[in-house]
Design a protein around this ligand. Structure first.
Ligand SMILES: Cc1cc2nc3c(=O)[nH]c(=O)nc-3n(C[C@H](O)[C@H](O)[C@H](O)COP(=O)(O)O)c2cc1C
Length: 187
């Protein structure tokens, strides 16, 4: 992937959605790179993702407190605030569940509600085991999102959780940030 034009991040409001996959730790590096590029980064996590990377980490790194609840947030309607303020939403990693909810229009937590409450471009970075990635349900959901204009950073092949290798590994943080910059530039 060509090196990103990092200036496209300067002053932009980026929502970093983090869902509950083993690759959530790599979103920390994505967050850092977005901040270093001058973006205002608001992190919106699922509850499951907090089992992988805790709230304290996001509070320390992001531009504002970690958002993870529709009901208990600094703002009274957090999903519409994030959806309206966003110049771009990047979901990294995107679980099979979040991809399915987004494709089906289900908004039962802060992250999926924010995805439905925005007109900003969205970048989805799937990460999961090979069998999950290749499942027809997941592939159909990805095709639906592509048809709707959602940007997908495809998973790579390589080491997965446990002993497994194959396709499904989250793309590298550098490539994810490149895509974010390219989409912001084109928007
Ligand atoms: C150790 C572990 C690792 C997991 N990794 C993934 C993953 O990489 N991708 C995925 O789609 N689901 C993964 N899951 C399953 C999700 O955590 C589970 O479907 C969860 O409900 C997702 O919730 P969320 O999408 O709301 O974050 C993993 C589960 C465990 C226990």
């Amino acid at each position: 992937m060509p090196s990103p034009n990092m200036t496209s991040l300067s002053g932009r409001f980026v929502v970093l959605g983090v869902s509950g996959g083993i690759a959530a730790y790599k979103a920390v590096e994505v967050c850092r790179r977005l901040i270093d590029g001058g973006a205002h980064v608001a992190v919106a996590t699922t509850e499951a993702s907090l089992r992988f990377v805790g709230e304290a980490t996001w509070n320390a790194l992001a531009s504002e407190h970690c958002h993870h609840s529709l009901w208990n947030d600094d703002y009274s309607i957090p999903h519409t605030r994030l959806g309206k303020k966003a110049d771009l939403i990047v979901v990294c990693p995107a679980t099979a569940k979040v991809i399915g909810s987004y494709a089906a229009g289900i908004s039962d937590d802060l992250l999926t509600a924010t995805l439905l409450a925005t007109a900003a471009p969205v970048v989805i970075c799937p990460a999961m085991h090979t069998e999950m990635w290749e499942h027809p349900a997941v592939q159909d959901n990805i095709a639906t999102l592509i048809r709707r204009g959602v940007n997908i950073v495809p998973p790579a092949e390589g080491r997965l959780a446990g002993e497994d290798t194959g396709i499904g590994r989250l793309a590298e943080p550098e490539d994810i940030v490149s895509k974010v910059c390219a989409v912001l530039e084109a928007a």
